[in-house]
Design a protein around this ligand. Structure first.
Ligand code: FE2
Ligand code: FE2
Length: 424
């Protein structure tokens, strides 16, 4: 049948569909599931050694936070109070996601995401779109259409990652066992949309006797050679300076990981706080991938570029507030010109004449402006003390940072062999 433009093309305009309350009840659960998936993925970035999975988790946690934001914003339009919209819908779903936090390794983490949660989300979203009156409930359907497309895309990527990681019969057995546990719990909680029967007897946590804690240990695979720090040079040594910039970008993965602590360890903040930190986290991981992409573009393989680890020596030892105040100090410092972010961009454009790095540094600069705005907003709500006290806290962090950096010598940068040509 040809699709008509009558009813503005909206589907299911003549079916009874859900009531407002039924829509709200489902959407409330969708919001909560997306929120908990954000926490699950963000908290496990640190303990996932596989580079490409780490990066994927950073993207997916951000996309889930965006979905949660969209659902939460829709709820007050369905006569749900804003306070209720931002709370957990019921204790049953909570048990499922508390247990999921205890994924012991990448096999279990990917098993839960790929074989349990993301397919269950898609099924529940699709069921909703099919059942609701597409004319009456147009705003939700519009949100779900874009969310479904993004979750489908993410699930394809997760499936590829799953097959790369779960590559032995032993790992398959491990994966199957965890899938079974989570599937049973999710079914006992009534499923993502809550249409199943709740079975409280089967809804017993197995590992999650206490809230999950992130292990504060740096995990890396051997994608990149690991060094403490890299040598710093002046702008006159153009080629080396570009290499340094690339290696610095690559090392931003540690900042993303540290933001995972801030996101997960800061309890009882308003939703906007988590949505902002989730974005900040993904941006820092993207900056790390800037370094990876630039290295691959220059050397044809990314593994030439070393990844520096020294930042874990202080970032992983700070409280979330200290860490964030310190990051704010560093990022605000990068706004000064010269040197700062603008100068890095101009150097790539005018001295190194490296087109890819010029684009990447241009966006890096834009992102950092955003981060300073986010941090200013967040710290104002979060920190009770005066601006001077905040500065003292930030400075304490910066001193700690300088001390950590000096613990071991710096390593040389890879030789670009004249590939960065400068102005011709
Ligand atoms: Fe960054
Ligand atoms: Fe930043």
């Amino acid at each position: 049948m040809k699709r008509s433009y009558r009813y503005a093309g909206l589907q299911n305009a003549k079916q009874e569909g859900f009531s407002v309350d039924q829509c709200a009840a489902r959407l409330h659960r969708f919001a909560y599931a997306a929120e908990r998936l954000m926490f699950l993925q963000a908290a496990h970035i640190i303990s996932t050694p596989e580079r490409d999975v780490k990066v994927l988790l950073a993207r997916l946690q951000y996309e889930d936070s965006q979905h949660a934001s969209q659902f939460k914003a829709r709820l007050p339009e369905l006569r749900v109070s804003k306070t209720k919209a931002y709370q957990a819908p019921d204790a049953a779903l909570q048990v499922v996601f508390d247990e999921a936090m205890y994924a012991a390794n990448t096999v279990e983490l990917l098993a839960g995401l790929t074989k349990v949660f993301k397919p269950a989300l898609l099924e529940a979203y699709q069921r909703y779109v099919n059942k609701t009156n597409g004319l009456a409930d147009y705003p939700t359907v519009r949100i779900l259409k874009t969310v479904i497309a993004e979750v489908e895309d993410g699930l394809h990527l997760l499936e590829t990652a799953y097959h790369a990681v779960v590559d032995t019969p032993e790992k398959e057995v491990e994966s199957e066992a965890w899938i079974g546990t989570l599937r049973n719990l999710l079914a006992a909680a009534g499923g993502i949309d809550g249409i199943g029967e709740v079975n409280l007897n089967a809804l017993q946590p197995i590992r999650a006797a206490t809230p999950y804690l992130i292990p504060k240990q740096l995990t890396r695979d051997d994608t990149f050679p690991r060094v403490w720090d890299i040598i710093h040079v002046d702008n006159e040594r153009v080629e080396e300076r570009v290499m340094q910039m690339i290696a610095t970008r690559l090392g931003e993965t540690t900042i993303a990981e540290a933001l995972g602590f801030v996101l997960y360890e800061m309890k009882d903040q308003p939703w906007e706080f988590y949505a902002d930190i989730s974005r900040h986290l993904w941006d820092e991981m993207r900056h790390s991938v800037f370094g990876e992409a630039a290295a691959e573009a220059i050397f044809d393989e990314r593994s030439v570029m070393p990844i520096r680890d020294w930042e874990a020596a202080y970032l992983f030892k700070m409280s979330p507030l200290e860490l964030y105040a310190m990051l704010f100090g560093v990022e605000a410092g990068l706004m000064k010109y010269p040197p700062g972010k603008r100068e890095e961009f101009e150097f790539c454009r005018d001295a190194a004449c490296h087109r890819l790095m010029t684009t990447l540094q241009d966006f890096d600069w834009a992102d950092e402006v955003l981060h300073v705005h986010i941090a200013r907003r967040r710290l104002k709500e979060w920190f009770d003390g005066s601006p001077e006290e905040l500065q003292v806290l930030g400075q304490k962090g910066l001193d700690f940072r300088a001390k950590a950096r000096a613990l071991h010598p710096q390593s040389p940068l890879p030789d670009a062999g004249g590939k960065i040509r400068g102005p011709q």
